[in-house]
Design a protein around this ligand. Structure first.
Ligand code: HEM
Length: 413
C-alpha cells in the first residue's frame, strides 16, 4: 500500500517518480480500484475517466455535505462556486459567468499579462554581467497569475497580495494525501477566512453595483439568464472559485514547463529557435505533468465502472494524470513529445460540463509568461539543490518554489 501523504513529503524528483509508479501500478492492475482509503474508489483508465466526467447524474460534483451545518457563510459562498454543484443550477450559474467572462474580456487581458510579466522581470536583480538567480515561480509566475485574477475582478492593487494567501488557504483545506472528504477542523478554519474574504468582496460588489466599472465584478452583477441575475453571495462564490481554480494551477504550469524544458535541452533549443512552438509545449506539459492531477466526484447512486461495483455515496477520485499515461490512447506516454499527434486528447482541464472555464486564459498566460522569460534570458537553468519545493497537496503536481540561474540575453537590453 502506498501512503500518498508520505509520498508528498519526498524530495520533488523522488515524489514525481513514486507518484507516477503508483499510477502505473494502479493502471496495470485495472482501470478502477477500491482505494485503501475508506469510501474512496480510484480511476486509472482513460475511458473510465471520460465515463465519470461525462455522466454528472451518476457522478455528482456536489460535495457540500462535508460543510458543517453551522458554517453558514461557507455554505452560502459555496453556492456561487459552480465547480461543486450539479445541473440544473450548474448550467444556469455557468452560463451567467460565461456571459460575463467572454472571449473579448480574456483577449483584453493579453496586454495586462504582457506588461505585468515585463514589470516582474524588470524587478529581478542581476549582476553587472547580466547573470543572477531568482525563483521563477514564487517571484514571477505566482505573482503574475495572482495579479491577473485580481485585475480581472478589479481588486485594488494594494490588496493583490491577499489573493495569494486566500488561494493557498482555500487549497490547503485537506491533508496532503487525503483522497476523500476534508477534515471538519480544516473546514472550520476555512470558515474564518471565508467570513473575512466575503465581507471584503461584498463591499466591492456593492460599490460596483452603485458605480459599474470595466471589470468582471461589474459584468457579473449585470449578467442575466432568463430574467435572473446573480445575487451578491453568489458573486462572492464565483470569485472564490476563480481564486482557487485560477491562480495556483496556472503558476504551477509555468514552473512545470520551465522544468520540462530544462530536462529536455533539445526541445528547449527547438523552442528558442521558434517561440511559436510554445503552445504545443504547454499542451504537452498539461498532459505529461498535469498541474491538477485528479478530479473528484461522489456517486449519486450505485453504479458499475471498469468492472467494479461502486455504491452510492462513494468518493470517486479520477486520476487525470494516469489517464494521460494510458497506452491505449497515448503512445510512448512516458515521453515528453511536443509533436505527438493526438495532443488535444489530454483532459488536464477536465472534460464534460465542468470543463475548465479558464482554459483559454491559462493557455494565454502560460504562452505570454514563457515567451517573456525566454526572450529576456538566453540561459535559464534550474538549480536542483537550491530548494525546489512542490505543492504539498497530492492533487497538485508541480513547483511552488523553483530557483533558476539566468543570463540576460544581449538583445534584451
Ligand atoms: C493550468 C491552469 C489550469 C488548470 C490545469 C485547470 C484545471 C481545471 C480542471 C481539471 C477543471 C475541472 C474540475 C472538475 O471537473 O471538477 C477546472 C474547472 C474550472 N476552472 Fe480551471 N484550470 C486552470 C486554470 C484556470 C483559470 C486561469 C481559471 C479562471 C480564471 C479557471 C477557472 C475554472 C472554473 C471556473 C472551473 C469550473 C468549471 C465548472 O465547474 O463548470 N481555471 N479547471
Amino acid at each position: 500500500m502506498t501512503d500518498l501523504a508520505a509520498l508528498t513529503s519526498l524530495p520533488h524528483d523522488q515524489r514525481t517518480k513514486a507518484f507516477l509508479d503508483y499510477l502505473d501500478r494502479g493502471r496495470a492492475a485495472g482501470p478502477v480500484a477500491r482505494s485503501s482509503q475508506p469510501g474512496v474508489w480510484e480511476v486509472f483508465g482513460y475511458d473510465e475517466a471520460l465515463q465519470v466526467l461525462g455522466d454528472h447524474r451518476t457522478f455528482s460534483s456536489d460535495m457540500n455535505d462535508m460543510i458543517p451545518e453551522d458554517e453558514r457563510e461557507l455554505a452560502s459562498a459555496a453556492q456561487g462556486n459552480f465547480l461543486g454543484i450539479d445541473p440544473p443550477r450548474h448550467t444556469r450559474m455557468r452560463e451567467l459567468v460565461r456571459r460575463a467572462f467572454t472571449p473579448h474580456v480574456i483577449a483584453g487581458l493579453e496586454p495586462v499579462i504582457a506588461e505585468t510579466a515585463e514589470e516582474l522581470l524588470d524587478g529581478i536583480e542581476l549582476s553587472a554581467d547580466g547573470t543572477g538567480t531568482f525563483d521563477v515561480v514564487a517571484d514571477y509566475a505566482a505573482p503574475l497569475t495572482a495579479r491577473v485574477i485580481a485585475k480581472l475582478f478589479g481588486i485594488p492593487e494594494k490588496d493583490h497580495g491577499m489573493f495569494t494567501v486566500w488561494a493557498d488557504a482555500l487549497l490547503g483545506a485537506r491533508p496532503a494525501g487525503e483522497l476523500g472528504r476534508a477534515e471538519e477542523s480544516a473546514v472550520r478554519e476555512l470558515g474564518e477566512l471565508v467570513r473575512f474574504a466575503s465581507a471584503y468582496l461584498l463591499d466591492i460588489i456593492h460599490q460596483r453595483r452603485a458605480e459599474p466599472r470595466d471589470d468582471l465584478i461589474s459584468a457579473l452583477a449585470r449578467a442575466e439568464v432568463d430574467g435572473r441575475s446573480l445575487e451578491d453571495h453568489e458573486i462572492v462564490g464565483v470569485i472564490g472559485m476563480f481564486v482557487i481554480a485560477g491562480h495556483l494551477p496556472s503558476s504551477v504550469l509555468v514552473g512545470s514547463t520551465v522544468m520540462s524544458l530544462d530536462s529536455h535541452p533539445d526541445v528547449l533549443d527547438e523552442v528558442r529557435a521558434d517561440l511559436d512552438l510554445l503552445p504545443k509545449v504547454v499542451e504537452e506539459v498539461l498532459r505529461w505533468r498535469s498541474p491538477l492531477v485528479r478530479d473528484q466526484r461522489v456517486t449519486a447512486s450505485g453504479t458499475r465502472l471498469g468492472g467494479e461495483d461502486i455504491p452510492a455515496g462513494a468518493v470517486v477520485c479520477v486520476w487525470l494524470l494516469s489517464a494521460h499515461r494510458d497506452a491505449a490512447h497515448f503512445e510512448r506516454a512516458e515521453e515528453f513529445d511536443i509533436h505527438r499527434p493526438n495532443q488535444g486528447r489530454h483532459i488536464g482541464f477536465g472534460k464534460g460540463i465542468h470543463f475548465c472555464l479558464g482554459a483559454p486564459l491559462a493557455r494565454m498566460e502560460a504562452r505570454i509568461a514563457l515567451t517573456a522569460l525566454l526572450r529576456r534570458f538566453e540561459r535559464i537553468e534550474v538549480l536542483p539543490d537550491s530548494g525546489i519545493r512542490f505543492h504539498p497537496s497530492i492533487g497538485v503536481l508541480g513547483p511552488v518554489r523553483l530557483p533558476v540561474a539566468v543570463r540576460r540575453a544581449t538583445q534584451a537590453g
